[in-house]
Design a protein. Structure first.
Length: 147
């Protein structure tokens, strides 16, 4: 397996990473993904892809380094997904290890991510990878008028 950090403008963001990312984020159209990349990069958003030995993209991660008052410095994982046909083959573990390496290099105190409450399989994986459940994440939908 090969793990690659993709730079803005890299055509593999669209051809390789986006199809895998859409397994987690099906609402991402190519134009919307471009918009998020453009705005997000200025906020520290980066993308990493995992490739199988045959060259197929089998995993994707979106992440950023954040400085804040709660953890001081953290690597926050926006997205972490393994292609459905490559799950339980070590892709997620390899991506997390790669991101942990970035976090350590950047002097982060923590690696953080949120996971939807319905993703119980992912939760089992995160617990096996020694991530702890340390908080509740609250959200308010601002796209509807009842919000």
């Amino acid at each position: 397996m090969k793990i690659v950090d993709l730079e803005p403008g890299d055509p593999r963001l669209d051809s390789d990473l986006l199809p895998v990312l859409r397994e987690l984020r099906p609402h991402l159209t190519p134009p919307l993904f471009h918009e998020v990349q453009e705005r997000g990069h200025a906020q520290g958003l980066r993308f990493t892809a995992a490739y199988a030995d045959d060259g197929a993209c089998v995993g994707a991660a979106g992440w950023r380094i954040i400085d804040n008052t709660s953890s001081i410095r953290q690597l926050y994982v926006d997205d972490l997904v393994t292609a459905a046909d490559a799950r339980s083959t070590g892709v997620g573990h390899a991506l997390l290890a790669h991101l942990e390496g970035h976090a350590r290099e950047e002097g982060c105190r923590e690696l953080n991510l949120d996971s939807g409450t319905h993703r119980t399989g992912a939760h089992r994986f995160y617990l096996r990878e020694r991530l702890d459940i340390v908080a509740f994440h609250f959200a308010k939908d601002l796209t509807n008028e009842d919000g």
